[in-house]
Design a protein around this ligand. Structure first.
Ligand code: ARG
Length: 286
């Protein structure tokens, strides 16, 4: 009898999805952020003094995320990582008075390296998600990118609500909050979690998946190259905004990062960085 009532409840809840509204049901499992949960609390702790002694600030990023961070070929035909996150990283290094070293990796490795102390900061459009904030510190917000659910234009009459994705394939980047948003909003779709954002977009463009959760700023950027992609709806998310990730126990470094962010926001420099990155984001190479 209990089982029957539970089943009926699930059915009632399942049929109450509003178009792009969150399902009332709690997500069954957390598709993202699993790597962070496994980390120990015993990280080496980089401090300003250590960074100065090393002569360099090591920043972990995932350069698959134009306009935040992406690869281009510079004037000499050499591979270079650019984007407004990289300008922020450079401003922090300059403020401390050291060289900047960028370590490019898959997004889901950054927090692991941060915890291991092999990078000083994670700058990769990080959302200060409460679950992550249990293990890591996050700076003040420096940019609001927004969250979107994307589909192909050609399917816009076919798919109008999350409910339409029952049994279909929906993609997001591994370890990202978009993977969590997928689990929450389209729990009845099969989740396709991919290592890089270009992979997520390519699967959508080629029709291998029918929907994708992406940061709005990223989606808008891809829409310039792939006009066949559209936003089906904006996605609700409570910890909106990008911040810098830091291992706990580095309060002096966190304070410096916040100081630089405040300066860049106040002077309008951050806006300039964003505009400049958007200008060249179509040169992004995979
Ligand atoms: N804001 C999202 C998160 O924190 C996605 C960030 C992905 N960044 C990247 N460089 N691929 O999970």
């Amino acid at each position: 009898m209990k089982k029957l009532i539970a089943l009926m409840l699930v059915l009632i809840l399942a049929s109450s999805f509003a178009a792009c509204g969150k399902p009332a049901e709690e997500p069954a499992e957390d598709a993202g952020d699993s790597a962070q949960q496994e980390q120990s609390e015993t990280a080496a702790t980089p401090t300003i003094d250590k960074i100065k002694a090393a002569g360099k600030l090591v920043v972990g990023t995932s350069a698959d995320f134009a306009p935040y961070e992406f690869h281009i070929l510079d004037e000499n035909g050499e591979d270079k990582i650019v984007g407004f996150d990289m300008d922020l990283a450079q401003a922090i290094a300059d403020h401390i008075g050291v060289e900047l070293e960028i370590k490019d990796m898959n997004f889901d490795s950054i927090l692991i390296e941060l915890q291991a102390g092999t990078v000083d900061l994670g700058i990769a459009g990080f959302s200060p998600d409460p679950e992550r904030a249990e293990t890591f510190d996050f700076s003040d917000i420096y940019y609001f990118g927004g969250q979107s659910f994307a589909i192909l234009e050609s399917n816009k009459d076919k798919y109008t609500s999350y409910e339409d994705f029952t049994g279909l394939q929906v993609a997001a980047q591994t370890g990202s909050i978009q993977a969590d948003l997928l689990a929450e909003n389209t729990p009845n779709a099969s989740a396709v979690l991919l290592k890089t954002v270009p992979d997520v977009v390519m699967e959508l463009v080629s029709g291998k998946v029918q929907g994708a959760f992406l940061e709005t700023a990223i989606l808008e950027n891809y829409m310039k190259t792939y006009p066949e992609i559209i936003e089906m709806c904006p996605v609700e998310y409570d910890s909106e905004g990008s911040s810098v990730a830091i291992a706990k126990g580095n309060d002096d470094l966190l304070a410096v990062v916040n100081e630089v962010i405040a300066e860049l926001l106040e002077s309008g420099k951050m806006d300039e960085y964003v505009a400049a990155a958007n200008e060249i984001s179509d040169q992004a190479i995979a």
